[in-house]
Design a protein around this ligand. Sequence first.
Ligand SMILES: Cc1cc2nc3c(=O)[nH]c(=O)nc-3n(C[C@H](O)[C@H](O)[C@H](O)COP(=O)(O)OP(=O)(O)OC[C@H]3O[C@@H](n4cnc5c(N)ncnc54)[C@H](O)[C@@H]3O)c2cc1C
Length: 374
Amino acid sequence: MRLVVLGAGYASLAFLKSLGVAVRSNCQITLISQSPLHYFSVLLHEVAAGLPGSYTIPLSQIIPHEVRFIQDCVLEIQDKSVLGAQGTYPYDYLVVGLGFASESFGVPGVEEHAHSLTNFANAQASHQALLQAIVDFKQERPFSVVVCGGGFSGIELVGALNDTLKSLCTPKTYKLTCIEAMPAILPMFAPQLAQRGVDYLQKKGVQLVLGAKILACQSDRVLVEQGGVTQEILADFLFWTCGVRGNPVIENSTFFKSVRARVEVNAFLEPVEMPGRGVFVVGDCAALKDSEGKFYPPSAQLASQMGRYLGQEFSQISARKPPTKPFSFTPKGVICSLGTHFAIGNLGKCNVVGKWVVWLKRYIEWRWKRDIIA
Ligand SMILES: Cc1cc2nc3c(=O)[nH]c(=O)nc-3n(C[C@H](O)[C@H](O)[C@H](O)COP(=O)(O)OP(=O)(O)OC[C@H]3O[C@@H](n4cnc5c(N)ncnc54)[C@H](O)[C@@H]3O)c2cc1C
C-alpha cells in the first residue's frame, strides 16, 4: 500500500511521527518536499529580520527510517498520482500538507515591490535584500521600512525588524511603519491586551498607520486611503503580511474544489467533496469549520493537531475501518512576540504580557523541536 505525504511542515511531520509501528512497516511511505529541511514557519519573521537563531532541522534527523524522502517540487495533484517537477508519484493514500502562500488580495504592485514571508528561502532572501537596501541607501533622510498588515505575523515582523534596525542604524536614521486597514492591530486579542502591544511598539518609535486601506504598492511608496483621503507613505523597503492562502498547488489541481487555495475538509480531514477516496488535507491547505460553522484560522497549532490526529487514526484507515473519532481542535492559547524583549498572549482565560512571555514562547518552540526529533 503506497502512502504519499506532501510537504515537511508542522502537519505532515506530526502525522509521520504519530504513525503506529504496524503502519510504518506495512505501508510504503514516501515524503515529498521541496527542501531537505524542516523550517519553523512560525519564526519566518525572525529569519527575515536576520535575528540569530536556529530555524531549520534536517529531515534526516526527524523522519522515521521506514519513510523514503524525495526532494521534489509538487506541481499538481491528480486522482491516484502526484505530479512533481522530477517525476510522477502514484498513491493509494495521500496526505497533503503543503502549507501557505501570501495573499495579495489583488492589490497592484504587491508581487513586484513587496517582500513576503512564505518559506525559509524567501525569508532569508528578504533579509539579504534588506541589508543590501540599507547599504545602497544614500539619501539625507531616515531609511523607511514599511510592513503592510497589522495582524499576527505582521506585528511579529515589526517587532523583530525593530530589534534589527536598532542594531544596524541609529534611531534617527530609520523609520519603521506598519499599515493596517482595520482601526486596530492584533484583532485576535482583547482590545486592552492588543493596546499593550500598541503602547510597546509606539514607545519603541514604530509608527502605526491604522484604518488605512492599501491601494497600491510602488517601488518607493505605498498608496493608502485613510478617512477618504489618498496618501503616500514612503517605503525604501516593503514587506507584505496582509494575509495568507493555501498553497498554489491546490489551485493548480482541478482534482480539488478550493477557495483561496484551501480545500474544505470534514471532521475526518477528507475533502468534503470526495470522502472515502484515501485523500486527506491537513494544515494551512485545509479549511475546517468549528462547531459554529466558522472556519478555524490557520495556525501551526491547528496543523500539528490535525497531523497527530490523522497519524493516530491511520492504522484504522489503512485497515479500511472507520476512524475511531472525529478530529477536534483544542486551542492552547496564542502568543505574539514583539521582538526579543516583549510578548503578549492569551492562554485560556489568562492574558499574559512581558519579557517572560518571550521565554514561554521559546519554550513552546523548543518542545516542538524536541518532540519531532525524538
Ligand atoms: C511570521 C509567521 C509567524 C507565525 N506564528 C505562528 C505562531 O506563533 N503560532 C502558530 O500556531 N502559527 C503561526 N504561524 C502560522 C504557521 O506558521 C502555519 O499555520 C503553519 O506553518 C502551517 O503548517 P503546515 O504544516 O500547513 O505548513 P508549513 O509548516 O508551512 O509546511 C509546508 C511544507 O510544504 C513544503 N512545500 C510547499 N510547497 C511545496 C511544493 N510545491 N512542493 C513540495 N513541497 C512544498 C514546504 O517546504 C514545507 O515543508 C505563523 C506564520 C508566519 C508566516
